[in-house]
Ligand binder design. Structure first.
Ligand SMILES: C[C@H](O)[C@H](O)[C@H]1CNC2=NC(N)=NC(=O)C2=N1
Length: 112
C-alpha cells in the first residue's frame, strides 16, 4: 500500500462517488488521532492548539502550501492559539482520497 503522504491529489470536478463510510473508516487508520470522521461520513475534522497567533498562522501557512501544491483546499478557522480544519471534496459533497492525502500531509508537518 502506497502511504497517503506519497500520493498526489487528482483533480476532482465531480463524476465520482464519495467514499463509503467503511472506506472512510479504513483510511482513518492512516491518519493521526487528531482527525475525526463526521458522523455522516462526509468530512474529516481536526483541531490544534498553539502557543500564540503567530504559531497558529505559521502552521496555517504550511497548510496553504500543501493546498496549493495539491490543488485541494481545507476549510479553516484560525485564531489566537488555535486552528480548526475540515476537509471534504465539495465537488462530490463528501469525502474522496484527496481529503485523506491532504490530511496525512498536514499530519506530517512539523509542529512548533
Ligand atoms: C480542479 C480542482 O481539483 C478542483 O477545482 C478542486 C479545487 N480544490 C478543492 N478543494 C476541495 N476541498 N474540494 C474540491 O472539490 C476542490 N476542487
Amino acid at each position: 500500500m502506497t502511504s497517503l503522504t506519497e500520493q498526489r491529489c487528482k483533480p476532482c470536478e465531480g463524476g465520482i462517488a464519495p467514499l463509503s463510510l467503511s472506506e472512510a473508516q479504513s483510511l482513518m487508520k492512516q491518519l493521526s488521532d487528531v482527525w475525526k470522521l463526521a458522523a455522516d461520513g462526509r468530512s474529516i475534522r481536526a483541531e490544534w492548539k498553539f502557543r500564540n497567533f503567530y504559531h497558529a498562522m505559521s502552521f496555517v501557512n504550511a497548510v496553504a502550501h500543501i493546498a496549493n501544491a495539491e490543488d485541494h483546499h481545507p476549510d479553516l478557522e484560525v485564531g489566537y492559539g488555535y486552528c480548526r480544519m475540515t476537509y471534504n471534496t465539495h465537488a462530490i459533497g463528501g469525502l474522496s482520497q484527496n481529503d485523506f492525502i491532504c490530511a496525512a500531509k498536514v499530519d506530517a508537518l512539523p509542529r512548533t
